[in-house]
Structure formats: structure tokens, C-alpha cells
Design a protein around this ligand. Structure first.
Ligand SMILES: Nc1ncnc2c1ncn2[C@@H]1O[C@H](COP(=O)(O)OP(=O)(O)OP(=O)(O)O)[C@@H](O)[C@H]1O
Ligand SMILES: [Mg+2]
Length: 332
């Protein structure tokens, strides 16, 4: 069966930079794909490209985004508006900036239903209460008349999720959905997302810095570095046997996972340096920070290879390292 979403060789260009390059991945129906990578690796721009909401200065320079067999890049603005919010929805990191501060949450949910589902005012209001119930907001009949500032951060994020899933989208893009929340609330919100994914049969693109989140909630993982995919794996394979030097660094630097792995080759506890703009540079984008870099790494960008089933890596010098996982901590 064709995947729900298939992204082929996506390149996003600003006048002086290409922050996403040659990126390909796909997501099956109901699947959770995690995209990880440090700040500036191009995760949010990728999400915005899927929604066709890139900043004005940015263009999709090349590539293809197929959703349910349709090429999103060929849709006109009206067709895309129709799709957005109904078939593909997105939740952002900071719910306060995405909610309207002077409109009750009930009305904000109802608006979406009126636009996309053509529900009457009354039907939309009733459905808004049901949606608040669906996202486990207590006393939804009362809460529906609250304004965003009357809710806690976690509750606001639940409202954002209610808006996003109001039309039962086939694909939900969650860009750092819990970063702004307390750690205890984070797990609740992610649990909720996962439950809704199953109940509504949604596919989820989960963008996160947090590898602990990936271990628990993802079906497959794309690791991005400087706008490129450097590794892709099933979570268990990624954690037990990270292949790309950048992935190894990410794992070793992850506070939640650090104690669960004991790398025998003494992996880095942090990755020195920062993402440099790879624009115009030859060679592997990770080379300036890679402890294993060789002269040949400067010659050309490493191609993705398939070292094992369900596995991709863009480093010709990778050799499997042994890590001993703490099975209970990973619950894989
Ligand atoms: N309007 C813009 N003009 C030029 N470059 C931009 C613009 N917006 C983003 N970028 C660049 O694109 C790169 C990727 O940005 P993006 O927001 O996708 O990163 P990210 O992986 O989501 O990071 P974070 O984890 O911090 O959210 C960054 O290096 C950023 O500087
Ligand atoms: Mg981002």
C-alpha cells in the first residue's frame, strides 16, 4: 500500500541558504514518525513545508510531497486551505501564541468545525464540548466558556490538540508539542496524543529534541543534521546501535537516556561545536564536529546507504558499536 505521506528529495531555499536539503521520508497510515535533530537542523521548516506554510522568503526549491497520492506542491491555495486543518493538522510548541486570547476556547474549536465540517453554530458548540472531553479536559461543559488565559499550559496544549483533531485529520504534525510544558505534564500530553492516534487512526509526525520521547512513542525515527537526513531507523535499532557519529553524539548527550547506555567506545558526552551553515560547502555537513572525520569526508556529501533492513545512514565509515540498553527504561 502506498504510504499516506511521501516526501521525496525536498529542498527548501531561502535567498541565501538551503536549510533543508534533499530530504526524503514516508509515513504510513496510523504511524508515528519522529524527526529529531538539534536546533537549526530544519525540523520546523520541514513541518511548515508539509502544511504549505513556509515563511514568505522560503521556497520549496525541489522535491515532491505526496499526500494520499496527491502532490501537495501542485495544489492551489484554495485546495490547500481545504486540506489544511481537515486532512493535515498541526500543533505548535507554544499554545498561547496559537490561541486567540479574546475568544473562548469553545468558540475557537467551533470555528474550525464550521469552516471545515459546515456544522451549524449549535452543532459545533456541542461538538466542541465532546472534543474537550476527548482530550480529557475536566468539566468540559464549563471549560468551553473559558478564555485561554484561564487555563494552565498543559490544558491549553490539550485545547490545541482538540482543535487539531476536530476534523479527524489523517496526518497530525506535532512540532515540539510539549517543550513548553512541565516534565510531568509532558508525558500526559504525549500519552494523550498517542491514544488519539490510535482512536482516530491518525499518522503523526512528532518533532522533538527529546530522544526519551522517541524511544517511547515513535514507530520510526529520522535523524536530521544541518537540513539533511543522516540516519533513519526503528527506535530500538537506533538506541541499541546508533550508526551515524552524530546520532551517537545525540544519544550520549541525551539526559534521559545517558544512564541507560554504556558505550564501549567512550562516545562523546556532548557534541562539540554547533551546526554551521552547510551552504556552499563540500563534503559531509557533520565533518567539522566529527571525531572520526577523515580527509575524504570533505570531498562530497555522503549518500544514504542501507546497512540493514529499515535502516539508512549517511556515513561510509560507520561501524556498529555495542551498547547495552536498559530494557526497562526503554520499554520497547
Ligand atoms: N526566515 C528565515 N530566513 C533565513 N533562514 C531561516 C529562516 N527561518 C529559519 N531559517 C534557518 O533555517 C534553519 C532551520 O530552521 P528550523 O526552524 O527548521 O530548525 P529546527 O530544527 O526546527 O530548530 P529548533 O529545534 O530550534 O526548533 C535554521 O538554521 C534557521 O536559521
Ligand atoms: Mg523548530
Amino acid at each position: 500500500m502506498a504510504p499516506l505521506l511521501q516526501v521525496d528529495n525536498l529542498t527548501i531555499r531561502f535567498p541565501r541558504a538551503e536549510p533543508v536539503r534533499d530530504l526524503s521520508f514516508d509515513i504510513g497510515q496510523g504511524e508515528t514518525l519522529a524527526i529529531v535533530g538539534e536546533s537549526g537542523s530544519g525540523k520546523s521548516l520541514t513541518a511548515l513545508a508539509l502544511m504549505q506554510l513556509l515563511p514568505r522568503a522560503a521556497k520549496v526549491a525541489s522535491g515532491r510531497i505526496a499526500f494520499g497520492g496527491r502532490d501537495l506542491l501542485k495544489l492551489d491555495a484554495r485546495e490547500m486551505r481545504h486540506l489544511r486543518g481537515r486532512d493535515i493538522a498541526m500543533i505548535f510548541q507554544e499554545p498561547m501564541t496559537s490561541l486567540n486570547p479574546v475568544m473562548t476556547i469553545g468558540r475557537q474549536i467551533a470555528e474550525v468545525l464550521k469552516v471545515h465540517e459546515r456544522l451549524s453554530g449549535r452543532a459545533a458548540s456541542e461538538r466542541a464540548v465532546e472534543l474537550l472531553k476527548l482530550v480529557r479536559i475536566p468539566a468540559p461543559e464549563k471549560r468551553v466558556d473559558d478564555y485561554p488565559h484561564q487555563l494552565s499550559g498543559g490544558m491549553r496544549q490539550r485545547v490545541m490538540i482538540a482543535i487539531a483533531v476536530a476534523c479527524k485529520p489523517k496526518l497530525l504534525i506535532a512540532d515540539e508539542p510539549t517543550t513548553a510544558l512541565d516534565v510531568t505534564i509532558q508525558a500526559q500530553v504525549l500519552d494523550l496524543l498517542d491514544t488519539l492516534r490510535r482512536e482516530l487512526q491518525m499518522a503523526v509526525v512528532l518533532i522533538t529534541h527529546d530522544l526519551g520521547v522517541v524511544a517511547q512513542w515513535a514507530d520510526k525515527v529520522v535523524v536530521m543534521y544541518a537540513g539533511r537526513k543522516v540516519e533513519q531507523a526503528l527506535p530500538g535499532d537506533l538506541f541499541n546501535n546508533p550508526l551515524h557519529p552524530y546520532t551517537r553524539g545525540l544519544l550520549a548527550a541525551s539526559p534521559r537516556l545517558k544512564n541507560d547506555f554504556h558505550y564501549r567506545d567512550g562516545a562523546l558526552s556532548e557534541i562539540p561545536g554547533s551546526i554551521v551553515s552547510a551552504a556552499g560547502e563540500a563534503g559531509c555537513p557533520f565533518r567539522p564536529r566529527c571525531a572520526q572525520a577523515r580527509a575524504s569526508c570533505g570531498h562530497h556529501v555522503p549518500q544514504l546507504t542501507v546497512p540493514a533492513p529499515d535502516r539508512l545512514v549517511a556515513c561510509p565509515f560507520t561501524s556498529p558499536i555495542k551498547a547495552v540498553p536498559h530494557a526497562a527504561a526503554l520499554s520497547l
